[in-house]
Design a protein around this ligand. Structure first.
Ligand SMILES: *Cc1c(COP(=O)(O)O)cnc(C)c1O
Length: 368
């Protein structure tokens, strides 16, 4: 049996008619940028999150960049974020001219460790970007309390967490704004690059909308210089179709994760979900010893896995100028060689979940 890491083709086939008809219609209308398809998705995604505004942009990295710029963050500022994330989070900070300040992760959730957060605050700190890593919300109450105490903005990196909840509230409305990615492999994925900034703040929404579209409201009336980072009509229309299925796909991810956790709890370290969280399992991450051997053995059984992420951000060559040592981020450093992402997606079948569970158990028994 083959178990891919994700199966975008299977998902496409399940909605093919609607997608094909809509894509053809947009090509026939030649309405490629802005317009009704973008407006419709922005309205529907804002409603899904329960926020006032959604601004479609080019990708998730730009969503973070646009949000930071719209909050006035730039050179001489510092922005705190998690040591284990995708580089986009810290890249967006650096792109504004600010400095990325990393904080170690919690040993259970791998999210930013709020007990170590306040020590990272200096008189240059302007914002905190918690990442809802793998789809589990970060500890937003603690983060908000620290942010309030030091007058900092909070920008959620929600690229892996569409539909996640923290204490019954949707992530995306727990802070100044939240940034989503609709990269094809994300829980809600476009057929190309796309992203969005979601906020309840009218002023921030207007700035973000203008900044991502050359600093304008009207065609040639540029009030300031911005960038060109827009979500195009094809992506917006595709996302609008897929949004209707997102809850169903998310529930299936959660069901798959539950099956994995039941079947694997005595074999590997399975994900820990804190109370009052809806973890949406963009990734299902376990911890194993001898990871390279385990991955190879799984691949021999046609099971495809991933590592998110093999090198914590502070240890990347890209950040060698910051001069960090492994002992500065002991938890991120201790898990980096053990974390392993198993296949998970909304179209995964029970037989596939069982197959992965059985094979992994056999491999681990054989290796240890
Ligand atoms: C995917 C991702 C991003 C960036 O999104 P793009 O759309 O690929 O630019 C940012 N942060 C995290 C945590 C991500 O997983």
């Amino acid at each position: 049996m083959r178990v891919p890491f994700v199966d975008l083709k299977k998902q496409y086939l399940s909605i093919k008619n609607e997608i094909d008809t809509t894509v053809q219609k947009i090509i026939d209308e030649t309405s490629f940028i802005g317009g009704k398809y973008l407006k419709s998705f922005e309205k529907n995604f804002a409603a899904y999150i329960g926020a006032k505004h959604c601004i479609g942009v080019g990708n998730g990295t730009d969503a973070l960049f646009v949000a930071l710029k719209s909050l006035g963050i730039g050179s001489n500022d510092e922005v705190i974020t998690a040591a284990n994330s995708f580089i986009a989070t810290s890249e967006a900070i650096t792109m504004t001219g600010a400095r990325a300040v990393f904080v170690d992760c919690d040993k259970d959730t791998y999210n930013i460790d709020t007990k170590k957060l306040e020590k990272a605050v200096t008189n240059r700190t302007k914002a905190i970007i918690p990442v809802h890593l793998y789809g589990q919300p970060a500890d937003m109450d603690d983060i908000q309390e620290i942010a309030k105490g030091h007058n900092l903005y909070v920008i959620e990196d929600a690229a892996q967490a569409h539909g996640a909840k923290y204490k019954q509230k949707n992530i995306g409305i727990l802070s100044d704004c939240a940034c989503f990615s609709f990269y094809p492999g994300k829980n809600l994925g476009a057929y190309g690059d796309a992203g969005a900034v979601v906020t309840n703040n009218d002023n921030l929404a207007q700035k973000a909308s203008m900044f991502s579209n050359h600093g304008r409201k009207e065609k040639y009336d540029h009030e300031f210089e911005g960038v060109n980072s827009r979500m195009d009509s094809l992506q917006a229309a595709i996302l609008d179709i897929k949004l209707k299925h997102l809850e169903k796909w998310t529930d299936r991810r959660i069901a798959v994760a539950k099956k994995y956790s039941e079947g694997l709890k005595d074999t590997v370290i399975t994900p820990i979900v804190l109370p009052d969280r809806r973890h949406v399992y963009h990734l299902y991450v376990v911890r194993v010893k001898n990871r390279t051997k385990v991955m190879k053995a799984l691949l021999e059984k046609n099971i495809h896995t991933g590592i998110h992420y093999p090198i914590p951000l502070p240890f990347l060559k890209a950040y060698s100028y910051l001069g960090h040592k492994p002992s500065d981020f002991p938890v991120a450093n201790s898990i980096k060689d053990e974390i392993l992402s198993l296949p998970i997606y909304g179209e995964m079948e029970d037989v596939q979940v069982l197959y992965v569970t059985d094979q992994l158990r056999q491999i681990i028994t054989r290796l240890y």
